[in-house]
Design a protein around this ligand. Structure first.
Ligand code: 13P
Length: 349
C-alpha cells in the first residue's frame, strides 16, 4: 500500500488544499494508507501551535481558513517525520525554501518513493536554469513528476470546478498520481512533459506581474490582453530556448499553460501585489509583508531569475516584456516603460 505525504511550509494555501484533496481521495483508495501526513512549518496562532489546531479542529486557520480538512490529514511539525514512511511525496512550498527542505529530508526518504512538485518557481545555478523537479531529483534521487494548472487555492478549496495538468514520464505512475488528485471539481489531465508543465507554472507568474502593472496604471482589458498574449509567447520562447525538444508545444495549451496565465493575471496574488506596487510605490517585499499575512510569492523573484538567465545568454532583446518587467521591479524604471520594444515577431517560434 502506498503512503502519501505532503510537504507544506505553510506560507502558501496550496499545500493545505492539495492535502485536502489527497486526504479525501485516499480514504476511498484501497491501494493507499488512509493517513496523509502534512508537514506544517510550526507557528503559534493565538498562543496555540498551528499543528495542534489543524489536528483538533481540522482547519489550517492560518493559511486556508474556513475549509475543513478530512480527519485523516495529520499535521506534523517535522519534515522528516512527514516523509519518512511515504511512498508518494507531494512537494508544495514557495520555491525559495526548497533547497533547505531537500537538505533536511535527504537521507530519510524511502528508496521506492516518488514525488510530485506543485511548486511554481525555477532555480538559477552555475549550470543555468533548473526546474524544481530537476532539483528534487538531483537531491533525492527519486522519480519526480509535476502538477500545475489554473489553480487558485481558495477557489479549489471551495470546490469550484477547475482543471489541472500532471506532467509524468511514466504512464503507470501517471495513473497513480491522477488517482490521488482527480475529483469531480479538480479535473486532472496527464501529459508526458514534466518540465513543460513546470516551466508554464513558473513563467506565468512573471506575466502576472506585468498584468498587475497594467491594472495599477488603470489601462483596461485590451492592454492587459496584449500583455497576456505577448507574455504567453515569451514564456513559450524561453521554455523552448532552455529545454528545446525536451518540451511539448501542446503543453502550453493545457491548464498549466494558457489557462493558468489567464487566471493568475486576473485573480492571482502576484497580480495584486504588482498593482499595489504601481499605486503605492512600495517595494515588492514590503508589500508582501503588509498584504499577504505570511504568504510568500514567486513572481518578482522569478522575474529576477529569468532576467539573470536571459542576460547571461545575451538574449534580452528576444524577451522585451520579461526584460521590462524586471527593470520595473528591480531598476526603478517607471511602470509605463513596460511597453518599450514589444513589437516582436513571434511568427517563426
Ligand atoms: P498567485 O501565486 O499569483 O496567487 O497565482 C496563483 C496560481 O498559481 C494560480 O494557478
Amino acid at each position: 500500500r502506498g503512503v502519501p505525504a505532503a510537504t507544506n511550509a505553510g506560507l502558501d494555501p496550496m499545500g493545505t488544499t492539495a492535502a485536502r484533496i489527497v486526504g479525501t481521495n485516499v480514504a476511498k483508495l484501497a491501494d493507499f494508507d488512509d493517513t496523509v501526513k502534512i508537514w506544517v512549518h510550526e507557528e503559534l496562532v493565538d498562543g496555540r501551535k498551528l499543528t495542534d489546531i489543524i489536528n483538533t479542529e481540522h482547519v489550517n486557520v492560518r493559511y486556508l481558513p474556513g475549509h475543513k480538512l478530512p480527519d485523516n490529514v495529520v499535521a506534523v511539525p517535522d519534515a522528516i517525520e512527514a516523509v519518512r514512511d511515504a511512498t508518494h511525496i507531494i512537494v508544495v512550498l514557495p520555491h525559495q525554501y526548497i533547497q533547505h527542505l531537500l537538505d533536511t529530508v535527504h537521507g530519510s526518504i524511502l528508496p521506492n518513493a516518488s514525488a510530485i512538485s506543485l511548486i511554481k518557481g525555477i532555480g538559477i545555478s552555475d549550470q543555468g536554469m533548473t526546474t524544481m523537479t530537476q532539483l528534487i531529483h538531483r537531491t533525492l534521487a527519486i522519480p519526480v513528476s509535476s502538477l500545475s494548472g489554473a489553480n487558485i487555492a481558495n477557489e479549489i478549496a471551495e470546490e469550484k470546478y477547475c482543471e489541472t495538468t500532471i506532467g509524468c514520464q511514466d504512464p503507470d505512475e501517471a495513473i497513480v498520481w491522477r488517482s490521488l488528485f482527480n475529483t469531480p471539481y479538480f479535473q486532472v489531465n496527464c501529459v508526458a512533459d514534466v518540465i513543460g508543465v513546470e516551466f508554464c507554472g513558473a513563467l506565468k507568474n512573471v506575466v502576472a506581474v506585468g498584468a498587475g502593472f497594467i491594472d495599477g496604471l488603470h489601462l483596461g482589458n485590451n492592454t492587459k490582453a496584449a500583455i497576456i498574449r505577448i507574455g504567453f509567447l515569451e514564456m513559450r520562447r524561453l521554455a523552448m530556448h532552455i529545454a528545446g525538444g525536451g518540451i511539448q508545444e501542446s503543453t502550453f495549451m493545457e491548464s498549466c499553460g494558457l489557462a493558468d496565465v489567464i487566471t493568475t493575471c486576473y485573480g492571482g496574488r502576484n497580480r495584486r501585489l504588482a498593482q499595489e506596487f504601481v499605486q503605492t510605490g512600495k517595494s515588492m517585499p514590503q508589500l508582501e509583508k503588509e498584504l499577504l499575512d505570511g504568504q510568500k510569492l514567486q513572481g518578482y523573484l522569478t522575474a529576477g531569475e529569468v532576467h539573470s538567465y536571459i542576460d547571461s545568454c545575451g538574449v534580452t532583446d528576444h524577451f522585451p516584456l520579461f526584460t521590462n518587467i524586471y527593470q520595473i521591479c528591480y531598476e526603478n524604471k517607471p511602470p509605463h516603460t513596460i511597453f518599450a520594444g514589444l513589437n516582436v515577431d513571434f511568427s517563426r517560434d
